[in-house]
Design a protein around this ligand. Sequence first.
Ligand code: SF4
Length: 315
Amino acid sequence: MDKIRLGISACLLGEQVRFDGSHRLDRFLRDTLGRYIDYVPVCPEVECGLGIPRESMHLEGKPEAPRLITTKTRKDLTDRMVTWARQKVKELEHENLCGFIFKSDSPSSGMERVRIYGPSGMPQKNGVGIFAGTFMKQFPMFPTEEEGRLHDPILRENFIESIFVFKRWRELPESERQPKHLIRFHTEHKYLIMSHSPRHLSPMGKLTAEAGHTPADRLYSDYQKNLLEALRLKTTVKKNVNVLMHMMGYFKKQLTADEKRELLEIIDAYHQEHVPLVVPITLINHYVRKYEEAYLKDQFYLNPHPLELQLRNHA
Ligand code: SF4
């Protein structure tokens, strides 16, 4: 698998592009996740020509149409930033991105809860950075996250899982959009989708079943919309337990009474949040190999991203 193309706020990779020439290096993003990612760094403030060092700035006004104002000289940089951002997102359409990681709290790059100053001079944390907002308008369903939120193990797992799925989706050859490719993708991702959103499975299954009768472009775009919508819904312990119980059903006939009891105990321990998800998954993977369960062997739910990332190791 080629590396995943992902946009990122440049300062998170250690580039010294902040207003004072510093950076905000995130070692997990650069060194650990970076082994699987081909980052496309973007610094809106430098790329729109503001230079380093530069005066600091913040957002003012209404959350739906904030102004970007320098804090000391009160220069209004909004039009400059908006014009640049609109052009930049058009360029990014050709970068084959699978998502974006934004720097939190930035008036240019923050994805949510950015401070906006009102007439009282007191900030409200309900803004979106100007470039981040333009990006999300252009690519409304793409996986996006902020580096701060990625320290939360659940949000981190969800985001990284989403970009790996989106990458596999994007690898389906556009020139040969045949029903068989879609059917295979859907089959292999069935339980992964279920772990995010059981209710999306039925319309996606219906699209797949009608694959031969729907024009390919419409079919793929409807499926992608459903896929990205489903991935935006977070997995939970309850949803994972549901998937694990479904998977256990495949071994009904093969498992000995003792193996069944052990698997149920482990799923229950995960349900009680005494052990991480990797524990029942490892046991199911063991039975998949032992009993050569062909359907489960191809399920990405059992192997959605590299083990080294340790994303399912939290309880
Ligand atoms: S937060 Fe955005 S604008 Fe600020 S330095 Fe980082 S990449 Fe540049």
